[in-house]
Design a protein around this ligand. Structure first.
Ligand SMILES: Cc1ncc(COP(=O)(O)O)c(C=O)c1O
Length: 452
């Protein structure tokens, strides 16, 4: 039935279609494909999910880059249960509860340099839009209201808010949602298969791509640009590792022109790249703002955060004492149950030495993933820390189909992978063992060998 002829009131036919799967409009999913052959997880424990037909599936993606401590960790389960009993909710505006303050302090301690104030959100998308708004307002309160332009990057993913999709560089957002925010420019992406294919860690070529920021500055005037936002490692568009010297160069140019540098660390924070809390620290490049989510509560309860440099926070702390300094916030900013989960997750990271574990396992992970180099249709392999990507040659006229087929076959064989375009992206929980790494790559190589 075409949309034009669909009646507003349900008919017998539309009612009969309500199978129990129909009503949920799934996010970022092929709804019809899923609903014709659903893949349901009903429980999870440590490295595995369990499906509704009782099969164990190894989680090679930490859910969606978030379940860094594995599933159903008893420390976090207990903390969440106790918190919901003790204080389920407290107003976030003009009121507080101790755990949000404690979590902000613990996070500030983990952040590099003077990123020592934390604003809470509920997701990565909200963190990004919050960071962009803070950047714009920061210049405004300092008397540089002319700094209204934002700079993102091609192939950047910054969530789904209007700010995030505007600075992001994903063609489908432009195609479906229009021209988005005005006053936004994009740096070129850094993915260069010709020069950098099969690089282990950071590619040699591409630092000069950061110089494009000078072109944007020359075009608009540096004094009109509020902030540059990039993911240190672009995750959702295929795991693009920053070329050597690239992030450093971006930092230099931002500093030269008084532009804030925002690192979107929604997937890279919390030990994903090595024995550091952030990719900023791992790469030794200091941004002015870091956005986080996912690993902050290891996926247990939604929460995001934005860490800002003290110079930014201090710029707002002027004017009458009873005035609201930043006109922004969410009903659930610093939610008690999320804050309790966050504190427990930070305890687990520390207590189990999980960031150090990433560093320890990274060489083995690198060796195993790059051993897939000679498999048919593999055109690139990329890695850093416990992140990996295997790029497949796409099927002519059917982009994404080959990788999606690999996803379906892996699921049938008890392995959860993630695909983006024709790239297989891997980001297992940091609790993974060498034997489990072997299992992932043994299954994957079997699947890739048999792909059409
Ligand atoms: C770098 C980055 N920013 C923002 C987001 C959006 O996060 P969320 O889905 O929690 O809104 C993501 C999600 O994958 C991300 O990878």
């Amino acid at each position: 039935m075409s949309l034009a002829t669909t009646p507003n009131t349900p008919t017998e036919e539309t009612r009969r279609n309500k199978t129990g799967l129909e009503e949920f409009w799934m996010p970022f999913s092929a709804n019809r494909q899923f609903k014709s052959k659903p893949r349901m997880f009903v429980s999870g424990d440590k490295m595995h999910y369990v499906t509704d037909d009782g099969r164990k599936v190894m989680d090679a993606t930490a859910g969606l880059w978030c379940c860094n401590i594995g599933h159903a960790h008893p420390t976090v389960v207990k903390a969440v249960q106790e918190q919901v009993q003790e204080l389920d909710y407290a107003p976030a505006f003009q009121m507080g509860h101790p755990k949000a303050f404690e979590l902000a302090s613990r996070l500030a301690e983990m952040m590099p340099g003077s990123l020592d104030h934390v604003f809470f959100t509920n997701s990565g998308s909200e963190s990004v839009d919050t960071a962009l708004k803070i950047a714009l307002a920061y210049h405004n309160v300092r008397g540089e209201a002319g700094r209204t332009r934002l700079v993102g990057r091609e192939r950047g993913y910054h969530g789904v808010g209007f700010g995030g999709i505007s600075v992001g560089g994903i063609v489908n957002n432009r195609k479906f949602f229009g021209t988005l925010l005005t006053g936004v420019d994009h740096l070129p992406h850094t993915h260069d298969l010709k020069k950098n294919a099969f690089t282990k860690g950071q590619p040699e070529h591409g630092a000069e791509l950061a110089d494009d920021l000078e072109r944007i500055v020359a075009l608009h005037g540096g004094e009109t640009i509020a902030a540059v936002i990039v993911e240190p490692i672009a995750g959702s568009t295929g795991v693009l590792i920053p070329p050597k010297g690239y992030l450093e160069r971006l930092r230099e140019i931002c500093t030269k022109h008084g532009i804030l540098l925002i690192f979107d660390e929604v997937i890279t924070a919390f030990g994903r790249v090595g024995n550091t809390a952030t990719a900023a620290e791992y790469y030794g490049v200091q941004p002015d703002i870091i956005t986080m989510a996912k690993g902050l509560t290891a996926g247990t309860i939604p929460m995001g955060a934005v860490a800002v440099d003290s110079k930014i926070y201090e710029a707002f702390m002027k004017g009458p004492e009873n005035a609201i300094e930043l006109f922004h916030g969410y009903t659930y900013s610093g939610h008690p149950v999320a804050a309790a989960a966050g504190l427990a997750v930070l305890d687990v990271y520390k207590g189990e030495g999980l960031f150090a574990r990433t560093e320890e396992l990274a060489p083995y992970w690198e060796e195993r993933i790059h051993a897939l180099k000679d498999l048919p249709r593999v055109i690139d392999i990329r890695n850093t820390g416990l992140i990996g990507a295997i790029e497949l040659e796409g099927i002519e006229g059917k982009p994404t189909a080959r990788a999606f087929e690999a996803f379906l076959q892996c699921f049938d064989k008890g392995l959860l992978i993630r695909t983006t375009g024709d790239t297989i992206a891997l980001s297992p929980p940091l609790i993974i063992s060498k034997e489990e790494i072997d299992e992932i790559f043994d299954t994957l190589s079997g699947v890739i060998k048999n792909l059409k």
